[in-house]
Design a protein around this ligand. Structure first.
Ligand SMILES: [Zn+2]
Length: 389
């Protein structure tokens, strides 16, 4: 009887202190400030953040899945809001005050492979087999500069892919990352392999996905570089810096780094006045802290076209342009893409790359064999004659 009562009390107390976890999709136009407001959290939680941290809250993008934990009164205990695949905002209640921190996203990843013989088009067949339009888009993107699918691919050409998927709290998140791929054209294999610099190279180690950016502010000094984890000089905490800062006087012209279409022109919390331009290959550039915006949403812009003026909106530090580059919402280093020629691997990098490529090539072969057992994929015959090294 005593035991039974104890069980009842325990059950009751668990129930009465039960917190509810939820997950939601971040809506377009939703901001970190609106989020705080919706949970009756004082706006000072945002305003008291250090400048760089305010900047980071502006990185939250529409469509991302975030998690909340609320008590029975609806008061927020904790929230996790990803900025990208690697870093998330952690808001937590401690006594009656709220704190904000930036912590790594914990995830599992799995490696998948796909092999198919083309029936309709590489895009349609990939969507039908994987159910994933992101994967199919990424495949088209990485080959964009190498193959004209509409002309060179015919029915029954073989295609194989090895890709990584990230899983978090039982769901996949972020975009699939293609590690290696192969598509036949004219009975010849076209390989692409991802290297650790985020670019794709063919089996000989030549870059095929050229992305050429212009400097967005001419003759300006770089005051802060891209970093996934830089030590803050004053706060002594590690924070990412998802862009390059160019120090320049207010009013200096800011130019589109590549041709594209304006997808955002307006204010974005810690980034102040912002222009975002979408380009080919799932790429986006971001120009922040502008004094003036010279373009409108949906407007097409040419590389080098003036899109705004340098300012210090959204920040209290000196005037500069914060320039960001993203691939499928993942920040990448703009400086390694400002150039006029394709990347050439050093001798040591090439050795490392060729080992990775060889390993993946074997795996692609296995993927094809698993799917077309009994059939002899034609590229094997050609592959024997390809002198790779
Ligand atoms: Zn910056």
């Amino acid at each position: 009887m005593i035991l039974k009562n104890l069980v009842c009390i325990l059950l009751f107390s668990t129930f009465s202190f039960a917190a509810t976890s939820n997950n939601y999709i971040w809506e377009k136009g939703y901001t970190f400030l609106k989020f705080l407001e919706s949970y009756n959290i004082p706006a000072s939680v945002y305003w008291n953040l250090y400048g760089e941290d305010k900047e980071l809250t502006a990185e939250i993008y529409a469509g991302v899945r975030y998690y909340t934990l609320v008590d029975k009164d609806g008061s927020l205990l904790q929230a996790l809001i990803p900025l990208n695949d690697e870093t998330q905002i952690h808001i937590f209640k401690n006594n009656d005050t709220y704190s904000v921190d930036f912590i790594p996203v914990k995830y599992f990843s799995s490696t998948n492979s796909i092999a198919l013989a083309i029936q309709k088009s590489p895009y349609q067949d990939l969507v039908e087999l994987s159910g994933d339009t992101n994967l199919a888009n990424e495949f088209i993107n990485i080959y964009k500069n190498a193959i004209d699918f509409s002309k060179s691919v015919i029915k029954n050409d073989k295609l194989a892919l090895i890709y990584h998927y990230k899983y978090r709290l039982g769901r996949n998140f972020g975009n699939p990352e293609i590690k290696a791929s192969l598509i036949e054209t004219n009975k010849k294999p076209n390989f692409l392999f991802a290297f650790n610099d985020g670019k794709y190279y063919n089996e000989k180690g030549n870059e095929v996905t050229g992305l050429f950016l212009q400097v967005p502010v001419r003759n300006a000094r770089i005051s802060s570089r891209f970093s996934l984890s830089r030590m803050h000089p004053i706060l002594k905490v590690r924070r990412p810096h998802y862009g390059v800062d160019y120090a320049a006087p207010i009013g200096t012209s800011v130019r589109a780094a590549a041709s594209g279409r304006v997808i955002f022109a307006g204010s974005k919390s810690g980034y102040g006045r912002v222009v975002e331009v979408t380009h080919n290959n799932g790429l986006k550039t971001l120009y922040a802290h502008l004094h003036q915006i010279n373009v409108k949403k949906n407007q097409s812009v040419k590389a080098g076209q003036v899109i705004g003026k340098v300012g210090n909106s959204g920040l209290s530090t000196g005037p500069h342009l914060h320039f960001g580059l993203y691939k499928n919402n993942k920040p990448i280093n703009p400086l390694s893409n400002i150039k006029s020629t394709k990347s050439v691997l050093s001798k040591a990098q090439k050795k490392e790359f060729l080992e990775i490529a060889k390993n993946y090539e074997d795996k692609l072969r296995i993927a094809i064999m698993d799917n077309f057992s009994g059939e002899s994929p034609s590229y094997f015959a050609y592959n024997k004659n390809v002198n790779r090294y």
